[in-house]
Each structure stands twice: as structure tokens, then as C-alpha cells.
Design a protein around this ligand. Structure first.
Ligand code: HAM
Length: 417
């Protein structure tokens, strides 16, 4: 065992998996750029206060944060998510609204690592600041849905809920608290601890012993005021108009505190229930104000890249393909010709690789085969002398031919097309 290995919950991403990651982000970029979203790249590290606003009653903030005091005596944290950073950036730069942005990158949570749950994990996401319009919520949800479709995933269920306006939510939380207090002896010790901090999160318990008390708990739907009800039915109507299937789940409470009104989750059908949320989001109309900005509505989601790729593996879609070069240069004259030829080809947009250490012809041809290239370009002493190279097809048979060096790029472009 080597002395140094990745820390628990952290992973190296190697080829060809890393190419799939890039393709994942590119596919997301294409999906949301076409809808007018621009990329924002916030720093990995923020003043810890930025994240305290995400919810002082959530594990993400109280237990799982990677925080420390830096050399300038600032208390900072690695971001556990990016919505708070985006809102902080909005307050700092005051861009015109609607501000429609997307992001991609790593986040850090000190969680118990398991399949689909890591301490460093990547997300792609969007946020829109400004408009207070339930049809924007529908646009946001629809972009997430379309992205999963583009990946080819079939087993994704969209769950939606409304957590109401702050008053509705407060009345609901009070009723929940009363209900759980009355039945406290029937709750597991873990849920009793959760109850003291955040009654909403008790609804999230997956422990069978808690199920009966949770089943008889008050339902948010009965606490929604007129505004929340109207907004939620507009969201549901909009999703129906777009033919996006969804399930209303009034037990859906998200793991962060800033949500109000619309909340939603994309649930994967192949993953363990503790880690089956592929993505989620909702409205967070108070967050910008909490961070010192003007009252500004906001809505967005984040999709977990690591977890979604596991779902892709399970469904055998969006597979990791080895990236290949087009041409492999075999040079038995010492290597300088391979250096010149690969440089020339790459400058002309042809993906080219070569062998090193002046190996034998046989060994270089083996390397050419392994590389997956379509064509080998071979240069030996005779070719060097006459200013030619041999072009040899490696895959579909076909004759090899001698080509002058000045014609090489054009010949290869013809062969490769
Ligand atoms: P979240 O539900 O905490 O929401 O995370 C979104 C997604 O990130 C999850 O559904 C999951 O796929 C992935 N994820 C979270 N934690 C881990 C982990 N430890 N390991 C692997 N994947 C993980 C947010 O982060 C909000 N900022 C979403 C949002 C954006 N709400 C409004 N705008």
C-alpha cells in the first residue's frame, strides 16, 4: 500500500472517466446556455458567514463544513454548495436582473462516505435572481428535466412540493413540533435530537421506527396560504403544459434552510434510497436579503455529477468512452521526424500521438495499435531521404501508400473524413 492515498470521501478522476466528466459539464452548458444562462465561477472558499445563512439548523452547516482560520485570522470555509456563493456574488456586484447564471465545480461536506456520497463532490446548477414568477420555476425545473433526458436517463422521478411562504412555513413547523413533542416517546433518539434543532428534518428520517409518527404528522398542504397555493398550482399547470411528469410529494423537505414556496427533487430509480437524490432545488426568496442585499427573489437547482454518473452506469447510458487520437506517427530515424510531424499534424487540427525512446519498428507499431488511431504515418531512413512518409490504415484494411510530406495533411484529412 503506498504511503499516501486520497483522503476518505475524496477520489481521483482518471481517463477515460475524466473525459465523461467534461462531456457531462459540456452537455449541461449547452442545455442552459441555449436558455440565456451565463457561467459564474465563484471561489471555492468564502467567509464562513456566507454559509451560516444557508441554515444554522442544518447538518450541512453545523456538522459538515470544512472550515478553518486562515493566516489572516479570517474564519473561512470550503463551500458546501454554491447557491449562497452566487447570492453573495449578486450582492457584491449588483448585476442587472433577471440574473441567469450556471455553475459547475466541486463542493465539500464532511459526510460519512459511501456509494454516491462523498466529501468532495461536483455539482452543476443554475440560479435565477430577480423575477418572482412561478413560470420561471417551471423553466428552471424543465431545464433540469431536459438535461437528464439528454444524458439518456429514463429512471428519474421529479418530485415537487411547496414549503409555503415564511408565515405558512412557520405555522407548519410549529404544528409539526407540537405533533412530534406529543409523540416523542415513539420517536428514535436520533429523531429526538433532530426535533430539537429542526422539526422539518424529522420528516426526512428513513428509520422504520419513526414511520408511524411521521405518517400521522401534519401536512404542509393544509398550511399553505392563498399566495402559496396559487403559485404552486401555476407550477403544476406549467409542468403539465410541458408534458413533464411529476409527483407531488408533500413530505419533500430539502436539506437546506433557505427554501420557501416551490421545492423539487430529481430522484434516481437505481440508487440506494439514502443517496437517490440526483439533484434538487427550489425558491429561496429571502437569501439575498439575508446576505445584505435588496429583497430579491431567487430560484435554482443543483445536480450532483458524481451521483448522476452512477445512475448513468446503472442504466448503461452516457458511457465513458476512451478518447483516441486519429494518427500515430512511427519514426525509426531517431525521433526528431516524429516530433516535427506530430507538431505539424496537431497544428492542422489532426489529433496525433507518437512513441518515444527510439524503439524498434515492431514495438512502435504495437503502440500504434494500442492507441486506437485510424492511421499510422511511418517514416524510416528511406522516406526521410526522399521527403515522403508511408500512410498505413490500421483498422478497416485498405492499401498503404507513399505520400510526399507536403501533401500529408491533405491526404490525412481525406482519409479521416
Ligand atoms: P443539495 O440537495 O444539498 O442542494 O445538493 C444537490 C445535489 O448534490 C444532491 O441532489 C446530490 O446529487 C448532490 N450531493 C449533495 N451532497 C453530496 C455528497 N456528499 N456526495 C455526492 N453528491 C452530493 C444544494 O446544494 C442546493 N444548493 C441546490 C439549489 C440550487 N437550490 C437552489 N438552487
Amino acid at each position: 500500500m503506498p504511503e499516501f492515498q486520497t483522503s476518505p470521501g475524496m477520489r481521483d478522476v482518471l481517463p477515460p472517466e475524466s473525459a465523461r466528466w467534461r462531456r457531462f459539464v459540456r452537455t449541461f452548458d449547452e442545455t442552459v446556455s441555449a436558455a440565456g444562462y451565463g457561467q459564474v465561477v465563484p471561489p471555492l472558499l468564502e467567509d464562513i458567514g456566507v454559509f451560516h445563512r444557508v441554515g444554522e439548523a442544518t447538518d450541512v452547516v453545523t456538522k459538515e463544513m470544512y472550515d478553518f482560520v486562515d493566516k489572516g485570522e479570517r474564519h473561512v470555509a470550503l463551500r458546501p454548495e454554491q447557491t449562497a456563493s452566487v447570492c453573495r456574488a449578486f450582492v457584491q456586484h449588483r448585476p442587472a436582473t433577471p440574473w441567469k447564471v450556471w455553475y459547475a465545480g466541486p463542493n465539500f461536506r464532511y459526510e460519512k462516505p459511501q456509494r454516491g456520497r462523498y466529501r468532495q463532490f461536483d455539482q452543476v446548477g443554475i440560479e435565477v435572481l430577480g423575477p418572482d414568477d412561478p413560470l420561471l420555476d417551471v423553466e428552471v425545473i424543465a431545464l433540469g428535466w431536459r438535461f437528464f433526458q439528454r444524458l439518456g436517463l429514463q429512471q428519474v422521478t421529479l418530485m415537487v412540493n411547496s414549503l409555503g411562504e415564511p408565515d405558512d412555513r412557520a405555522r407548519f413547523v410549529a404544528a409539526l413540533h407540537a405533533h412530534f413533542e406529543t409523540n416523542i416517546e415513539r420517536l428514535t433518539p436520533e429523531s429526538r435530537v433532530t426535533l430539537a434543532k429542526n422539526p422539518l428534518r424529522v420528516l426526512d428520517s428513513k428509520r422504520p421506527e419513526d414511520a408511524t409518527v411521521i405518517a400521522s404528522a401534519p401536512r404542509i398542504a393544509d398550511f399553505l396560504g392563498e399566495t402559496a397555493r396559487r403559485s404552486f398550482s401555476a407550477v403544476c399547470d406549467g409542468l403539465r403544459a410541458l408534458d413533464i411528469p411529476f409527483v407531488v410529494n408533500d413530505r419533500l423537505v430539502r436539506g437546506l434552510d433557505y427554501y420557501r414556496l416551490t421545492t423539487f427533487e430529481f430522484v434516481g430509480g437505481t440508487l440506494d434510497s439514502a443517496q437517490n437524490a440526483l439533484g434538487g432545488g427550489g425558491r429561496y426568496d429571502g437569501l439575498v436579503e439575508d446576505l445584505g442585499g435588496p429583497a430579491t427573489p431567487g430560484v435554482g437547482f443543483a445536480i450532483g455529477l458524481d451521483r448522476t454518473l452512477l445512475a448513468c452506469d446503472d442504466e448503461k447510458v452516457f458511457t465513458a468512452d476512451v478518447e483516441r487520437v486519429d494518427v500515430f506517427v512511427v519514426d525509426t530515424t531517431g525521433g526528431l521526424n516524429a516530433l516535427l510531424l506530430t507538431d505539424q499534424l496537431r497544428e492542422n487540427g489532426i489529433r496525433a500521438d507518437r512513441a518515444y525512446e527510439n524503439r524498434s519498428m515492431k514495438s512502435q507499431m504495437k503502440a500504434a495499435d494500442r492507441s486506437g488511431a485510424v492511421v499510422a504515418v511511418i517514416i524510416g531512413p528511406d522516406e526521410a531521404e526522399s521527403g515522403t512518409v508511408v500512410v498505413r490504415p490500421l483498422r478497416d484494411g485498405g492499401e498503404q501508400s507513399s505520400v510526399s510530406r507536403s501533401d500529408l495533411t491533405n491526404t490525412l484529412k481525406r482519409v479521416l473524413s
